[in-house]
Design a protein around this ligand. Structure first.
Ligand code: GLY
Length: 441
């Protein structure tokens, strides 16, 4: 797991970021605050990913300034003060001293000093980049406007331009380094074990919630105590809701169970979906749809290599699924007409992937500044996740196909040669799933 106090790692990222902005820039970063669950009970805290990526500092309420003084990169951290009583109740704090010694800050202060120090830091700066997703710093704008107002017109103005930090930082986060890939790989491997545990456990009569809990137990055995997003354990028609999270129904004989679940490890997430039969045997219609979705996924994976464009994966998936749906009689051809009218969208519903990393829907643009789709480069990690959804009330569809949602999702790393399917070891095809389920019961 990445060491949060590996100050060299974070210093290198800050340096790479400062290389990308004009020399007299100030970067202002706001970490997250703890969210209230109810009254004085808070949710478990998780740091803002941009903040963690650049500082390694995982405590709530923190703020940071990054800038370059001559050739020297500087990090100023603002954090909670040491407080013996609070630390006995809620855990240790680094305090400003720890921020310097353990996290490599050049300067560190308690949060109350932020405004004064910010005004100091603004002097001589021509551009300010702000990373403040939760709008913690409304006073920042007031401060800057006040200073602007009092600055003589002919004096070069600091803080003249405010820009969103994400536009510079997020393209950096799209390309994963080897340590980041190792964390994703760990999260993916733990998730594979979680999915396999569910394939071994599922049976008619079991509750979806118990399957979700089984996933949590299994990933915990592999060092993952949380998931990157709420587990989706959707039996039968529930799978037609793409983000079904209730996980409260009993699995019935003859149903498919769609499980979309990904462990988190070291702040990096996996995101895997598998769809398997409650009884361990696919019906002929379920197998047809499952095979079709897998064919789309495999066709898309086969296209991934440096130079392929993002949208080509979606187009490939839709072509394969549209053709298959016509052959099954679920869509009326001809193929060209189906592609032109996009009538396949009735069953294929959603896009087929997203960047994967610290966020399950990780940051980064899908198109470049000219609006062209992003070209793949080594180090990019993303999901491919085609699906076919046929609701129970689709009365014009033959009954054997109704009330099922099939999605298959893998986590893909772009390499110099092509790609690696990080989640390939999780049973994928209908034959593999049936054999795995038969062996595990
Ligand atoms: N697999 C969960 C999501 O993409 O939202």
């Amino acid at each position: 797991m990445a060491d949060p106090t590996d100050s060299g790692l974070y210093a290198a990222r800050r340096s790479a970021l400062l290389d990308r902005v004009p020399p007299a820039s100030l970067i202002v970063l706001a970490g997250y605050q703890q969210k209230v669950r109810s009254k004085n009970i808070k949710y478990h805290f998780r740091q803002d990913n941009d903040f963690l990526y650049l500082t390694g500092f995982a405590e709530p309420d923190a703020l940071a300034l990054l800038y370059r003084e001559g050739n020297r990169d500087c990090l100023t951290l603002f954090c909670r003060p040491r407080d013996q009583a609070a630390e006995v109740s809620f855990g240790q704090r680094a305090g400003p001293e720890g921020a310097v010694v353990e996290y490599g800050a050049d300067h560190a202060f308690v949060i109350d000093e932020f405004e004064t120090r910010l005004l100091e830091a603004l002097k001589g700066k021509t551009q300010v980049y702000v990373g403040d997703e939760l709008n913690r710093l409304p006073t920042l704008w007031q401060l800057i406007n006040r200073e602007r107002f009092h600055t003589p017109f002919d004096v070069p103005k600091a803080y003249r331009q405010l820009s969103a930090l994400g536009a510079v930082l997020h393209p950096m986060r799209v390309i994963k380094s080897d340590p980041e890939i190792a964390l994703i790989r760990h999260a993916v491997n733990a998730s594979i074990e979680g999915h396999k545990a569910l394939m071994r456990t599922v049976a008619p009569g079991i509750n979806e919630g118990l399957l979700a809990a089984t996933f949590m137990l299994e990933i915990a055995k592999h060092g993952c105590v949380d998931v990157g997003y709420p587990n989706i354990v959707a039996s039968g028609n529930n799978a037609c809701c793409l983000h079904y999270e209730e996980n409260c129904c009993e699995v019935k004989v003859g149903e498919l169970v769609l499980v979309d679940a990904g462990a988190e490890y070291g702040h990096y997430s996996a995101d895997i979906t598998r769809t398997f039969p409650a009884t361990g045997r696919f019906s002929p219609a379920q197998r047809q749809i499952h095979n079709l979705v897998l064919a789309a996924l495999d066709a898309a994976i086969a296209r991934v290599r440096p130079g392929t464009r993002w949208n080509q994966l979606y187009e490939t998936c839709m072509e394969v699924m549209a053709k298959g749906l016509i052959e099954l009689g679920l869509l009326e051809g001809p193929f060209d007409e189906v592609m032109k009218s996009e009538s396949y969208k009735r069953f294929t519903v959603h896009k087929t992937g997203h960047w994967l990393g610290m966020d399950v829907h990780d940051v980064g643009p899908y198109q470049d500044d000219r609006g062209d789709w992003r070209v793949f480069e080594p180090g990019m990690v993303f999901t491919i996740e085609p699906g076919i959804y046929i609701p129970a009330d689709a009365m014009d569809v033959p009954s054997q196909y109704r009330g099922m949602g099939v999605r298959i999702e893998d986590d893909i790393l772009v390499t110099h040669q092509g790609c690696e399917n990080l989640s390939a070891a999780c049973p994928r095809s209908s034959d593999e799933i049936e054999a795995f389920m038969a062996a595990g019961r």
